[in-house]
Design a protein around this ligand. Structure first.
Ligand code: PAF
Length: 288
């Protein structure tokens, strides 16, 4: 595996590999790898001749009071893990390579970014994500880019910018990877002390309760989100949001019919955590 720091070097390595007809898979990351990241690398490895992983803690997607300074960083460990997964190129640029002096452009995806994490973290979060992902897609020019479904809203934002800007790439969303007790894997789980780690399982347990209610025929969004809120309250967690939203445009869903995204965000101890389930109604009226 080669570690590459600059855009020209990365472009040259991709061009060289393209000559052999290899398809290119990109896994964009901010490092601090866990099984979730590794599952994306494996999916990319299985389907592509060249696998590029980007490792860049993108400063523009962190709010002023967020954890940019303390975000876990260990490039040596990450590089060893990526190499073990058969990654070909680890693109780990400095911030000045991505945002050189005078950088003045931002990508804003309207609508989708007004709700959930966009409302909670502020609009600049998804502008930062959309801008860096657009840059990474332009730099690497992958055939396929792999994202985790834990960041369900991020996946929708990326799909929309790819469509709106006619980028020639397929976006693949890979399933959430969970710890054995159901906690969704996240680089931010390292912020959890033992008590917070126990509390944090309430997010997935609440989502499971709501999924069971949906499977038993409950359609009312307030009842479904109420199940999550109840579980969180029991664990002494105040959610930032618990919402049932349309899977494509994130508009609010008041009555489940077919599939919808049940998303939750909450601060647990020192970590801000997000999780989601796709709920399926027992008997969709549209016959889905
Ligand atoms: O999901 C992440 O790790 C980041 O938001 C991404 C997609 C790498 C952009 O910085």
């Amino acid at each position: 595996m080669r570690i590459i720091r600059t855009i020209p070097e990365l472009r040259a390595a991709v061009a060289e590999s393209r000559k052999t007809g290899a398809s290119v898979g990109l896994v964009p990351t901010m490092g601090a790898f866990h099984e979730g990241h590794l599952s994306l690398m494996r999916a990319a490895r299985k389907a592509n001749g060249l696998v590029v992983v980007s490792l860049f803690v993108n400063p523009t997607q962190f709010g002023a009071n967020e954890d940019l300074g303390s975000y876990p960083r260990d490039e040596e460990r990450d590089a060893a893990m990526a190499e073990a997964e058969g990654v070909d190129l680890l693109f780990a640029p400095d911030a000045s390579e991505i945002y050189p002096e005078g950088f003045a452009t931002s990508i804003h995806v309207s609508g989708l970014t007004d709700v959930l994490d966009g409302a909670s973290r502020g609009a600049l979060h998804f502008d930062g994500v959309a801008t860096v992902v657009t840059k990474l897609l332009n730099i690497v020019t992958p055939d396929v880019a792999y994202f985790g479904q834990k960041d369900a809203q991020q996946v929708l934002v990326v799909r929309r910018l790819v469509r709106d800007l006619n980028l020639d790439v397929r976006i693949e969303a890979c399933p959430i990877v969970r710890e054995s007790d159901g906690l969704a894997m996240s680089s931010r789980n390292v912020y959890l002390d033992a008590d917070a780690r126990r509390q944090a399982t309430a997010l997935n347990r609440g989502l499971d309760d709501a999924a069971a209610l949906a499977a038993s025929g409950v359609r009312d969004a307030a009842t479904l989100t109420g199940a999550v809120r109840r579980m969180l309250a029991h664990a002494d967690i105040e959610p930032e949001y618990v919402e049932l939203r349309d899977l494509d445009d994130l508009s609010p869903v008041t009555e489940l019919d077919g599939e919808a995204l049940l998303a939750v965000a909450a601060r647990v101890g020192a970590a801000r955590l997000i999780d989601n389930h796709i709920l399926r109604s027992a008997d969709p009226r549209g016959g889905a």
